[in-house]
Design a binder for this molecule. Structure first.
Ligand code: ADP
Ligand code: ZN
Length: 598
């Protein structure tokens, strides 16, 4: 058996490589360089861990994610690999211990924070041991135009200058072509073999719905489909994070807040609880994210509209890294569009910058309003062609469209009349009041009941009118302006008013999701469920005793495998995906007892 496959089976307990893993791993084992682009959850870690175990010496992993190094080292120790890290969180004694182990050749993997390479003593240390390979994780951090730029990454080209014969593998989940070219150039990897995987995440179900009572909508999603699951809820502001977290807790769902306004210690503790405990919901701003390695995040929910498709894809990508079903859910409404347009108007920076922001927002809106497959649109955004996926809301229950030309004309002509006859402009709320023929203070004060469109829109509800406004905004047939979000016409509005353009809209009424309940447990055959639950509590206890996250003991996929096959012997247990030699030895007997119900 080739050594790579043997390590995969014996150490990690997996039976076959995924995607391009085998090729990548062989390239590095043979001493070649590799540049790897793989989506989150694709299995990047094995691409450097297995070569490090097969090749002579220590694999040196450069990673910016200091907070996660302990977990990575624990996960390796759990499968019997010898790993350690060097970063600023350690005292001199511990550092000395790690350094000695490295020099003595007792480490399979050594994780290094990039800033450690700034000091010459680190390079000297590396000279004293044997280096099997360099792995550069989160390689997009070298990109100056990206969102995660780390100046320390720029000096990583020195690795090649100083140790020309050591193979290097750079890895990232960031997709665009431009970033890939920049990485290759800056890290001196233009000669490296490039491995670009599909960016599809087939196990994530994408769903986007109209915002009505967002917190209630969220609660119902969590109760009906994700009871007891871990997940992330993203909000735009600190205040809304606090509010949503409180709301969930009041409704019996264990949730924690995370945003830049919290004390660093509280933040660290909330993050560590999220990683370690089961079934916690993290309500966060986008400050929470990069490197969240937790494989069993079952849902990512957005209560506010993300600013770009890139951001949305990266955030939703944190769901379902273990390959099991997961949900990406977004609620968005008229207010989101108004607010984001306003933020762009008021943003600092020149016209080109604002155009750039607008283009990002428009792409995001187009994704929200599409009546085609969400995944096709997402992947197309990243330059990959695909066909309807069968696992997004528009595929599962195709949205109905309706001819909204007449309502659109009524709304636009109200805008026109107010401007022409009164020289006034208003936001969506008041325009809808006029169309619905409401008689409130503002209507009376301006005698808007004398307008010819007053009361002309009673065929639609207020909610439906908001949907019309939102979709007109998304289609560029209407625009918002200024601090108060007043609505104004665009160049394209004229084509609607003149009747030369038909306006197709998607129907607003919340469509009952045809998606079956897909909570992980619900996916199991009924008779396996009690055992799965027993295995979960067994795992929680093991994790607590050792002070490690539950997934380091076993992932959900492995527990499911055990619950379904009910192994009766150690040999049978060892055949289950995720059970390697070390874990079989450590947990085998205890697991067989749980299975047999003793
Ligand atoms: P990434 O770093 O690309 O986000 P990871 O390396 O964390 O992904 O892998 C994601 C999950 O997939 C982990 O739980 C890992 O153990 C699992 N995995 C990786 N490769 C395989 C494989 N060949 N067979 C089964 N599971 C795998
Ligand atoms: Zn689809």
């Amino acid at each position: 058996m080739p050594p790579a496959l043997s390590v995969l089976e014996k150490t990690f307990g997996y039976s076959s490589f995924r995607g391009q893993q085998a090729e990548i791993i062989q390239t590095v084992i043979d001493g070649g360089d590799a540049l790897v682009l793989m989506p989150t959850g694709g299995g990047k870690s094995l691409c450097y861990q297995i070569p490090a175990l097969v090749r002579q010496g220590t694999g040196v992993v450069i990673s910016p994610l200091i907070a996660l190094m302990q977990d990575q080292v624990d996960a390796l120790a759990a499968v019997g690999a010898r790993a350690a890290f060097l970063n600023s969180t350690q005292g001199p004694e511990e550092r000395a211990r790690v350094e000695a182990a490295f020099v003595a050749g007792e480490l399979d993997l050594l994780y290094l924070a990039p800033e450690r390479l700034r000091v010459s003593s680190t390079a000297d240390l590396l000279d004293r041991g044997t280096i099997a390979l360099f792995a550069i994780d989160e390689a997009h951090c070298v990109s100056q135009w990206g969102h995660d730029f780390r100046p320390d990454y720029l000096q990583l080209s020195m690795l090649h200058e100083r140790w020309p014969s050591v193979p290097r593998i750079a890895l990232t989940a960031t997709a665009t072509d431009a970033t890939r070219k920049e990485i290759a150039q800056r890290l001196d990897l233009t000669q490296a073999k490039q491995f670009v995987s599909s960016f599809d995440r087939p196990n994530i179900q994408y769903r986007i719905e109209a915002k009505q009572q967002p917190l209630q909508q969220l609660l119902s999603l969590l109760r009906t489909e994700h009871a007891g699951d871990a997940g992330i809820v993203y909000c735009l502001s600190r205040a809304s994070v606090e509010k949503a977290a409180e709301f969930l807790v009041e409704n019996g769902i264990p949730a924690l807040p995370y945003h830049a306004g919290l004390d660093a210690r509280v933040r660290a503790s909330n993050q560590s609880r999220f990683l370690r405990e089961e079934g916690l919901v993290m309500v966060a701003t986008i400050a929470f994210g990069m490197g969240i390695d937790k494989p069993d995040v079952r849902f990512v929910a957005h209560l506010d509209l993300p600013k770009s498709v890139e951001g949305y894809y990266q955030e939703t990508g944190r769901a379902g890294r273990d390959g099991l079903p997961a949900t990406a859910w977004l609620a968005y409404g008229l207010q989101d569009v108004v607010q984001q347009r306003r933020m762009i108007d008021q943003s600092e920076g020149d016209l080109a910058h604002r155009r750039n922001l607008t283009a990002h927002l428009d792409a995001m809106l187009a994704l929200c309003e599409t009546i085609e497959c969400r995944r096709v649109q997402l992947l197309a955004y990243f330059g990959q062609a695909s066909t309807a996926c069968g696992n997004c809301d528009t595929c599962l229950s195709p949205p109905e469209t309706w001819d909204g030309t007449v309502p659109a004309q009524k709304l636009l002509s109200t805008v026109v009349r107010l401007k022409r006859e009164r020289n006034q402009s208003f936001g969506a709320g008041h325009l809808i009041d006029i169309l619905l023929g409401k008689s409130n203070d503002r209507v009376r004060q301006h005698s808007h009941d004398e307008l010819s469109t007053y009361g002309l829109g009673q065929e639609l509800s207020e909610q439906e009118w908001r949907g019309v406004v939102r979709q007109l905004l998304a289609q560029g047939l209407l625009a918002v302006q200024g601090e108060y979000g007043i609505l104004v016409l665009t160049v394209a509005s004229a084509t609607v008013l003149s009747g030369s353009r038909k306006v197709m809209l998607r129907r607003e009424a919340p469509r009952p999701s045809k998606a079956a309940k897909r909570a992980i447990a619900a996916d199991l055959p009924g008779e396996a469920l009690p055992l799965f639950e027993r295995l979960r509590s067994w795992r929680a206890e093991q994790a607590r005793e050792q002070g490690v996250p539950a997934y380091i003991v076993f992932g959900d996929a492995t527990l499911r495998g055990i619950a379904v096959t009910r192994p009766a012997t150690l040999a049978e247990l060892g055949g289950i995906s995720g059970v390697g030699e070390k874990k079989l030895e450590q947990y085998g007997e205890s697991l067989l007892e749980v299975v047999s119900g003793l």
